[in-house]
Design a protein around this ligand. Structure first.
Ligand SMILES: *[C@@H]1O[C@H](CO)[C@@H](O)[C@H](O)[C@H]1NC(C)=O
Ligand SMILES: CC(=O)N[C@H]1CO[C@H](CO)[C@@H](O)[C@@H]1O
Length: 736
């Protein structure tokens, strides 16, 4: 406490500025939308007319878009900003009074998630500016890969040099790979000699890890050096093996020291038991096994969860998070502190929009204004008790300063034997794990539903987005990967909306209305596919028949259409620039918006509908983090990557060609026929829409017809989509 017992907060919350102007703008756009809908409702063509069906569906699409736009305002209505005071934290809490922090790193596939990357992630979190006795790192390896184990063993040795080096010279960032690549100014204070010797150690380690990874197995002379490898003797496959639990660094042991004689954080490797007949519940299952195992080793009151492809970019993030939890007034309400996912591999104009700029800079702050952001499965600090189903009670405070009850009586090997059972397949049978306890099972976005249920227990969460990002990861660098990732997300969140934990039903009375609407905005991503598909196909096809679906140039009804379109897009540009994007980045994002909606979201919607009919089950796809140099090159030059022959690309190409053919047809007509000008006047909006779709698809036409590199559109898709588009267009012209 401050002087005279007066309360000085550990963090500060403020609201966004300029809200009144924004709200007036929203109101005006809303009037525009209502006018558009009025126009649709009052000008329906007679049912036997050519445009009747098209009109009705336009009406439906615009109703949806209007509704969805309104819904998405919930996330812009009340943005909230947070600031922490770490110096006050260190004044109020001595090092030995700080809570224990357990860091969970999950990896699932050494081929997609290179062991060297996992080692760097682990080293970056082991080097946090935090008392090492209070910090433990647990790695869950769902592939039970010897290669990952080898990399961690190497990392545990290198840590003895790396951690004291980081602490002595205040090195940032503390992932060695990122540090040695960066030209960070923190390098100047390091004597060249120290720098070079640590760098050499790192490079030797990295070479050894990469060598073994390429070899695909650990050489015998190496594996005989550590008894940990013996656990692989009875190993049959990654789908069928017993629990492997190894303490690589036992921080509880007072003899474990780094080269400077200081303590080290604990490092534990876990590959939980897998048997073909037992569902393993993907990442949620891995996290739950870690929660149980860690509770018997270090039992940190705070749990940090990071993906293996994200490293810590700020050594103080733990202290930042603790400023929220340990605040005497408000800390007791907070269940988790979510950091945004930062990305190091984004190019300037973000061809695939993968940094999710607007979501992290804008929408998550909106969530925070209503009780807290979603839990997104990485870069998130949880209180251990709230993850284990503790309900919120406004009078109960957690005793942070209590002695940490870490287990120091047993030796590591005894402990390991005893704890293996906690990670066995059978352990969770007839328990609440996966239901009430830990992360929830049965949803492809286990993180989001878990966060939602914690909020439904009465807890708040906090979004902390400092200028210097706390965690950095890599983005998918191809269109294919991006679309698949969004398919998984949009499918998962839509399932939540339809599940018994729907924010609209279960959430009622448990979370605020604003938060419910915020969740719905994300949960309904997938359903945007129908309106968008319709809007990007049918108006253009109607051009071929000369049927107008929008007001003519001379009609006053043109105004609301123009006003809404222009305003919404100008706002969207401004918002994007405000989130530190570029104009071209915005344009690329619009293209991705179209592509995601017409493929990822469509697939997600279809899968959810099939799931409702009992025809499909959830699956979990690990995103690829290994990059072909050729693909990387094109990614850096911001050239779209097609290259693979997947049905999603056929859809995209067909759509693009449909619009191209329609535009050619109509331009032809305008230029070559007598009533060309008339056509222009009656169909102006449709022609504009079609032209816009053509312009936004320019990179796709290039990939179809002009590019010769390996990332161009496979010729099978070119043929298929050209044929399909021609067929659909001619149907519209001649039959229908
Ligand atoms: C990561 O940390 C470094 C300093 O170590 C900083 O210069 C850089 O801006 C950070 N990156 C991001 C994206 O915040
Ligand atoms: C994992 C990965 O793709 N890393 C790349 C990120 O971007 C830098 C520079 O753009 C590359 O050097 C890395 O290889």
């Amino acid at each position: 406490m401050g002087s005279k017992g007066e309360y000085v907060p550990l963090f500060e919350t403020s609201r966004g500025k300029g809200r009144a102007i924004y709200k007036a703008f929203v109101a005006s756009v809303f009037v525009g939308i209502v006018s558009i809908l009025t126009y649709r409702a009052t000008n329906i063509p007679a049912w036997e007319e050519d445009g009747f069906v098209g009109w009705i569906f336009c009406f439906a699409a615009e109703l949806w878009f209007g509704f969805y736009w309104l819904l998405s305002q919930s996330l812009r209505w009340n943005p909230t900003y947070r600031r922490t005071f770490k110096n006050r934290l260190s004044q109020r809490f001595q090092d030995d009074e700080l809570p224990g922090v357990d860091v969970f790193v999950c990896t699932a596939d050494p081929n997609m998630e290179p062991p060297a990357m996992v080692a760097n992630t682990v080293l970056s979190v082991m080097a946090y500016d935090y008392p090492p006795e209070k910090l433990s790192v647990y790695v869950s390896d769902d592939a039970a890969s010897e290669l990952t184990f080898y990399a961690l063993l190497e990392a545990s040795r290198f840590a003895k040099h790396w951690i004291p080096f980081c602490k002595q010279f205040m090195v940032e960032p503390r992932s060695p790979a990122a540090y040695f690549l960066s030209s960070s100014s923190s390098r100047d204070s390091v004597p060249a000699e120290c720098f070079n010797s640590v760098k050499k150690l790192y490079e030797d380690m990295e070479n050894r890890i990469t060598f073994t990874t390429k070899l695909g197995r650990v050489p015998e002379n190496t594996s005989s050096e550590h008894e940990g490898y013996l656990q692989w003797n009875k190993f049959s496959s990654k789908y069928d093996h017993h629990t492997i639990l190894q303490t690589l660094i036992d921080g509880r042991d007072s003899n474990t020291k780094d080269i400077k004689g200081c303590s080290l954080p604990t490092l534990v490797y876990l590959a939980r038991e897998k048997r073909p007949k037992h569902p393993h519940n993907f990442k949620a299952g891995a996290m739950n096994a870690l929660i149980r195992v860690s509770s018997e080793i270090s039992n940190g009151q705070v749990i940090l969860n990071v993906d293996c492809d994200m490293y810590s970019n700020h050594s103080c993030s733990v202290r930042d998070a603790l400023c929220f939890f340990l605040d005497e007034e408000k800390g007791h309400e907070i269940a988790f502190v979510q950091f945004p996912q930062g990305f190091e591999n984004v190019t300037k104009n973000e061809l695939y929009g993968s940094s999710l700029r607007v979501i992290y800079e804008m929408e998550f702050r909106g969530f925070d204004g209503y009780g807290g952001p979603l839990y997104i499965g990485t870069g998130c600090f949880h209180r251990r008790d709230t993850l284990c189903n503790r309900k919120f009670n406004k009078d109960t405070r957690i005793e942070w300063k209590m002695e940490n009850d870490r287990n120091i009586k047993e030796t590591a090997s005894k402990l390991e034997e005893r704890l293996k059972g906690l990670a066995s397949c059978g352990y969770e049978e007839n328990t609440q794990w996966g239901k009430q306890m830990g992360l929830k099972y049965g949803c492809p976005v286990e993180d989001v539903i878990t966060g939602l249920l914690i909020q439904c227990q009465g807890w708040k969460s906090v979004y902390y987005n400092p200028t210097r990002k706390g965690f950095l990861g890599v983005v998918p660098t191809s269109l294919n990967d991006t679309l698949l990732q969004h398919k998984r997300w949009s499918e998962g969140v839509l399932q939540i909306l339809l599940s018994k934990y729907s924010p609209l039903r279960y959430g009622v009375g448990r979370i605020s209305l604003g938060l419910q609407l915020g969740y719905c905005t994300h949960c309904l991503w997938a359903l945007n596919c129908f309106g968008t598909l319709y809007y990007s196909i049918v108006p253009s096809l109607y051009l071929l028949r000369g049927v107008s679906l929008f007001p003519q140039v001379s009609s006053p009804w043109l105004l609301p259409f123009a006003y809404v379109t222009i305003c919404v897009n100008i706002y969207s540009v401004v918002e994007f620039l405000w989130c530190q994007g570029t104009i071209l980045g915005w344009w690329n994002e619009q293209r991705m918006w179209l592509y995601k909606r017409t493929t990822s979201y469509l697939y997600a919607s279809i899968d959810v509908i099939l799931g409702l009919l009992g025809l499909s089950t959830t699956s979990f796809v690990v995103t690829n983090k290994v990059f072909d140099p050729d693909v990387s090159q094109r990614y850096k030059q911001e050239v779209m990557e097609f290259g693979t022959s997947i049905p999603m690309f056929t859809i995209l190409a067909t759509l693009a060609l449909l619009n191209l053919f329609s535009l050619i047809w109509v331009v032809n007509k305008v230029l070559l026929t007598k009533d060309g000008l008339m056509l222009c006047k009656t169909m102006v909006l449709q022609i504009l829409l079609c032209s816009l779709l053509v312009v936004i698809n320019l990179p796709l036409y290039q990939a179809l017809f002009l590019r010769k590199d390996k990332g161009n559109m496979p010729s099978s898709i070119t043929t298929k989509s050209t044929f399909l588009a021609l067929f659909i267009c001619s149907c519209f012209v001649f039959l229908y």
